[in-house]
Design a protein around this ligand. Structure first.
Ligand code: UFG
Length: 335
């Protein structure tokens, strides 16, 4: 299959691209390198540096390459940032996604996979979050993804476009010591904790210790990117049997304090931590009910232990304390 991958140089997108290529598919990566890294793109992928806001360019690339399907990763993805810059999320994420869908329709591309998010459940009452729990987006970010899910519903109804909306919980871990997470600025808990262990930060701030959770800190469902990648391949293969929406998580929650404690164990570093105010938009507890994808597609996450997840991330961070910038290409490609 030939797949057009927006955001294919990003953390999750580049992992999925590598897994597609590994199993013999073709990938056309389209990325503006705003967050992504050219070095993270598999050398057998076709790479196009471009912005989704350039609808004409997107259409030209799609009509030149005629992909069988689209995987849409490129977007703004930070819950906290979306509470400060709502227009960035509600405009860019929505308009870029909509333009991409329109181009897909015009060119007869009938398979679409959307990176969606657990944040669209807001502050759910029941844990784990059932696939069919009511949707009340917890931030403009979650709202932007929900709007795209609804657009896809209509693309399916009207044009027969088959889609999968994959609602990620907390993506984490590294593929290997040469392929991992590298955001600038970094805002995610696990890499921040590991940056403290590397001596790049003095301490980690715990955003809120008065949540309604066992130790008062936020609980999240951490899911390894290789497990996420497998879910994308399974979903892509199943699209011919119809559209679908899945939660993607391990079904187990870990608190901020548990993450820090496990990282202390893995790294042997004391990792100082300090309680600080809550971050706007953060729900207290988010744990996935992912039975639907397990049952329908046989998805089985391989990394259900937090320790294994943090160990894989630590391998990458230790080997590449400055990320891709210094490491260069893991695949030795010149861009
Ligand atoms: N946290 C801290 N200190 C930090 C960083 C994070 O206490 O320095 C806390 C946050 O408050 C949160 C938890 O650690 O409770 C995890 O935070 P992350 O920033 O790592 O991840 P989020 O849960 O905010 O968001 C991630 C993705 C979103 C996705 C969401 C789904 O970034 O795109 O998971 O659960 F929507």
């Amino acid at each position: 299959m030939k797949v057009f991958v927006t955001g294919g140089a990003g953390y999750i997108g580049s992992t999925v691209v590598s897994e597609l290529i590994k199993r013999g598919d073709e990938a056309i990566v389209f990325d503006n390198l705003y967050q992504g890294h050219r070095e993270a793109v598999h050398p057998e992928a076709t790479f196009i540096e471009g912005d989704l806001a350039d609808k004409q360019l997107v259409e030209d690339v799609l009509s030149q390459h005629q992909p069988d399907g689209i995987m849409h990763f490129a977007s703004h993805t930070l819950v906290g940032e979306s509470m400060k810059k709502p227009f960035l999320y509600l405009r860019d994420n929505v308009v870029n996604g909509l333009n991409l869908m329109e181009s897909a329709v015009e060119l007869g591309i009938k398979k679409f996979i959307l990176s969606s998010t657990a944040n669209l459940f807001g502050l759910p009452k029941e844990m784990p979050i059932d696939q069919n729990a009511p949707v009340h987006p917890g931030s403009p970010y979650g709202e932007s993804k929900y709007i795209l899910e609804r657009f896809l519903h209509w693309m399916d109804q009207i044009y027969g476009m088959r889609y999968a909306a994959l609602r990620y919980f907390n993506a984490c871990g590294a593929v290997s010591a040469t392929h991992g997470e590298d955001h600038d600025p970094e805002t995610h808990l696990i890499p921040i904790v590991l940056q403290v262990a590397l001596g790049q930060r003095e301490k980690v701030f715990i955003y809120g210790d008065d949540y309604d959770s066992p130790d008062g800190t936020c609980v999240r469902d951490y899911v390894h990117i290789l497990d996420l990648a497998q879910a994308h391949l399974l979903a892509l293969d199943a699209l011919s049997e119809g559209s679908r929406t899945y939660n993607l998580g391990n079904g187990t929650g870990f608190s901020v304090k548990e993450v820090i404690e496990t990282a202390r164990e893995v790294t042997g570093h004391p990792i100082p931590a300090e309680a600080s105010p809550r971050r706007p938009g953060d729900p207290g507890v988010l744990v996935a009910g992912s039975e639907k994808i397990r049952k329908e597609l046989g998805w089985q996450p391989q990394y259900s232990s937090l320790k294994a997840i943090i160990e894989s991330a630590w391998e990458w961070h230790k080997a590449n304390p400055e990320g891709f910038a210094v490491q260069g290409s893991m695949f030795k490609v010149q861009s």
